[in-house]
Design a protein around this ligand. Structure first.
Ligand code: MTE
Ligand code: MO
Length: 458
């Protein structure tokens, strides 16, 4: 008999006369699918048919679909994949995305000076769904390059104001009670180019130093308690990485005491990626990326602020009066429309789903409003579940484009009541010469041609 999943004789059919060969099918498919992420098709006929009829949708149904069923070879002719035998299971290791998705990549910004270490890559936010960033597309920020460290040789030391300094191996850490939590990480310099009205072309480059994962690890407080930490009175914790960047940051004690700060080894169901700090990184929810120390090797408990180079000289905000503002490590509430966004193109008027991401370093996103007329009128978007604390939240809202120029914006509010500022409001306080902590409302201009561009409204 052989294998139970052997092909049944009835499944083998002679190709019909009008059979399109594999290459031909691929060509048709590539036209329809390959540009999906960059060119938004008027896909209401298939994709939106199942959703509740909204006014935008009802309006757009007056229109004719671009391709009708009786004229479309992709419907009429049986493709090779419906008549032949498919590939066997992938036994050569790790699964990969479809070859048709090859344009979905993290990229280096054309606006940043390339350095020998190629130190930042941006996540393709405009191509992602939901809230989780696939690990292979997580943004990267390396101050001194990344390493693939042998976990059997890696150690984490807990020292300072503890009864006895303790050194953990990875095996020892992985025996301890673990938690898994979804959180965003955003580099403090995300959207930094826009301070100076540079207007880089795509959402990837404006907002792509942002990612979100499910992290698994041990609360740092557990390790401090195991080392007999003296936690009475005012305390400060220093975290240190094992790469050549001497990355050291003081970690907020309140987040450690609450159990939110994790010593993580897991990311999206598997071990951390080397680029993300394998085998150990600190997860500091709501706090700018630089505090999420990768290749974590040491935690020191003290009773005075550490004031390291990465918190006194770098990651400070240059204010309009020339002073530096320090210790602004929480990422304030922010949002961005990811589709339609800069570099994309609307092919004709009609229905579109406007979608984007919102987040707050202070808690949950409470509401996102969307404007399509540059901020004159706002409608409240749907927040998709789950809405989690210090995590990306996906929002969606219907839109019927009438074919005239439009300016799309999103404005998020978090559960503290804080509302994401406009550029005018932000610059009134912060000026224009900062690099860090730009959480202003982003504007995407839809031109009459359908092209979408990054613009800043004054
Ligand atoms: N050890 C170490 N940790 C580090 C860094 C680094 O260069 N070395 N970069 C920091 C900065 S500035 C950011 S924004 C985040 C980026 O994390 P990612 O590369 O996983 O996206 O890691 C932080 N932790
Ligand atoms: Mo960063």
């Amino acid at each position: 008999m052989g294998s139970p999943i052997q092909q049944q004789p009835g499944q083998v059919r002679k190709a019909p006369e009008n059979f399109v060969d594999a290459e031909g099918v691929r060509t048709v498919f590539a036209q329809a699918q390959g540009g999906r992420r960059d060119f938004i098709r008027n896909a209401f006929a298939a994709a939106v048919a199942g959703t509740a009829a909204s006014s935008a949708l009802a309006q757009s149904q007056q229109q004719q679909p671009r391709v009708t069923a009786d004229g479309d070879p992709a419907i009429l002719q049986l493709p090779a994949h419906s008549t032949g035998l498919g590939q066997p299971v992938v036994t050569d290791g790790y699964g990969k995305p479809s070859k048709y998705e090859a344009n979905v990549q993290r990229r280096q910004s054309p606006g940043l000076t390339p350095t020998a270490q190629a130190s930042v890559s941006f996540a393709p936010l405009q191509s992602l769904f939901g809230i989780v960033t696939p690990s292979g597309l997580h943004f990267e920020r390396h101050h001194q390059g990344w390493w693939d460290i042998d976990p059997s040789k890696h150690r984490l030391m807990i020292n300072g104001m503890v009864k006895a300094a303790k050194v953990f191996t990875l095996d020892e850490l992985m025996r301890l009670p673990s938690v898994s939590r979804f959180h965003f990480i955003e580099c403090g310099a995300n959207t930094g180019m826009e301070w100076g009205n540079v207007a880089v072309p795509t959402a990837q480059y404006t907002h792509g130093m942002l990612s979100c994962s499910e992290f698994t690890g041990v609360p740092l407080i557990t390790l401090l308690e195991m080392a007999g930490a003296d936690l009475k009175g005012e305390r400060f914790v220093l975290a240190e990485g094992a790469d050549g960047s001497s990355m050291t940051r003081t970690i907020p004690m309140s987040l450690i005491r609450s159990g939110e700060v994790l010593v993580a080894y897991g990311q999206n169901g598997e071990m951390l990626r080397p680029e993300q700090g394998y085998p150990l990184r600190l997860v500091v929810p709501g706090v700018q990326g630089v505090s999420w120390v990768k290749y974590l090797r040491r935690i020191e408990l003290g009773d005075q602020p550490y004031g390291t180079k990465d918190e006194t000289v770098h990651y400070v905000d240059l204010m309009p009066d020339g002073q530096h503002r320090q210790y602004t490590s929480i990422q304030e509430c922010k949002s961005v429309v990811t589709t339609p966004s800069g570099g994309q193109m609307l092919l004709d008027k009609g229905f579109y789903n406007i979608t984007g991401l919102a987040w707050s370093g202070r808690g949950k996103v409470k509401r996102v409003d969307v404007s399509v007329d540059g901020g004159r009128n706002w409608r409240t978007a749907r927040l998709e579940s789950p809405v989690l604390s210090k995590c990306l939240t996906r929002f969606n809202i219907d839109w019927a484009w009438d074919g005239t120029p439009a300016v799309i914006q999103s404005r998020a509010m978090d559960d503290t009541g804080y509302v994401q500022p406009s550029y005018r409001q932000l610059r009134a306080v912060r000026g224009t010469r900062s690099i860090y902590h730009n959480n202003a409302i982003q504007s995407w201009q839809v031109q009459q041609s359908g092209e979408v561009a990054n613009v800043q409204l004054s």
